[in-house]
Design a protein around this ligand. Structure first.
Ligand SMILES: [Mg+2]
Length: 321
């Protein structure tokens, strides 16, 4: 299991770092100057390999489960606070990016709201801020509930609760549920053949559960993954909207043959490049494995030994859940 955890979390971190220097650059601009390797500086003036909030919040979740052995919503929020207030869990002890919905949620927490009520509940609160940090939960869910976790009400609730810390609208929760389902299928057998099945399991649950069913229309393009895969790039958006990020990551994964190709494809879609890179990189990392990542990319990541230590602790802690 450790190899898949390392591949997923490092895959996400590196995808994030490839995207950071060109965040907010649009697709047309990147067509003229495509990203082909890990760059330095750019949008946030950060050295090569610098990862951002996506990785920070992913590490907060993995470290929390690693220390506690279960999902403790308050503890996860406390770690988000350490990040925002003290720069902990960052590449260079500095906070240089944070999403609006996430910041608002952390402020609500500091004002005394319970963790479960911190995330925004409005339709415009559906940025990709919970999707970008949810990946560690896939390993935990897989270990605790297995492949068929959608059959277990509590498993789905755990995913939704972790999303709701910052993103509490049903659409954000569905986005996380579908992503976790795909990640779990990749963890259980490293193949894209079962992704449609994983998505179908998610659809089946959401169709039959109250206020979620009305939201499924926003994910309808994933109903037929083969047609979705064959859409041209012009039909794939890469904004900070959670549905766009989920779609873009699956489209890049399905249309690539290596980790490197998937991440570069994601980043070159433009706009929210670091998060599209991170969300794609997490899945592609599990699928292709850490050993296939470009060596230079791996070596450019700051605090990589510390990240590996978090992965080791996380792996040990979910061994017996
Ligand atoms: Mg970011």
């Amino acid at each position: 299991m450790y190899d898949r955890i390392l591949s997923g979390i490092m895959g996400l971190c590196i995808g994030d770092a490839v995207g950071v220097p060109v965040e907010f650059k649009n697709r047309k601009l990147l067509k003229n100057d495509p990203v082909t390797d890990m760059r330095s500086y750019g949008t946030h003036s950060q050295p090569k390999g610098t990862w951002s909030d996506d990785t920070t919040m992913t590490l907060c979740l993995a470290d929390s489960i690693g220390d506690i052995g279960t999902i403790d919503l308050k503890d996860i929020m406390d770690r988000f606070v350490l990040w925002v207030e003290k720069g902990e869990y960052t590449a260079y002890d500095e906070v240089f990016d944070i999403g609006v919905a996430t910041r608002n949620a952390i402020f609500r927490y500091l004002d005394g709201s319970s963790p479960i009520n911190c995330g925004g509940k409005n339709e415009y609160d559906n940025g990709n801020g919970s999707l970008m940090r949810i990946l560690p939960l896939a390993f935990y869910i897989y270990k605790k509930y297995g492949n068929d976790f959608f059959k277990n009400e509590w498993a789905v609730k755990e995913i939704h609760n972790v999303s709701s810390l910052t993103h509490n609208h049903p659409r954000s929760k569905i986005s996380c549920g579908i992503y976790i389902s795909v990640a779990v299928s990749l963890i259980s057998n490293k193949s894209i053949d079962n992704i449609q099945n994983a998505i179908n399991n998610a659809f089946e649950w959401y169709e039959n559960n109250g206020h979620f069913s009305d939201e499924l229309v926003h994910f309808k393009r994933l109903h037929d993954l083969e047609s979705f895969k064959n859409l041209s790039e012009d039909n794939i958006s890469s904004s900070g909207y959670t549905v766009h990020t989920l779609e873009a990551s699956l489209w890049c994964l399905m249309n690539s043959n290596s980790y490197e190709e998937a991440v570069l494809k994601a980043v070159n879609l433009g706009d929210d490049t670091d998060t599209t890179g991170a969300v794609t990189g997490g899945l592609a990392g599990i699928l292709y494995g850490y050993d296939t990542f470009p060596k230079d990319w791996v070596e450019s990541i700051p605090k990589s030994q510390w990240i590996k230590n978090i992965c080791v602790k996380f792996n040990n802690s979910i061994m017996y859940v």
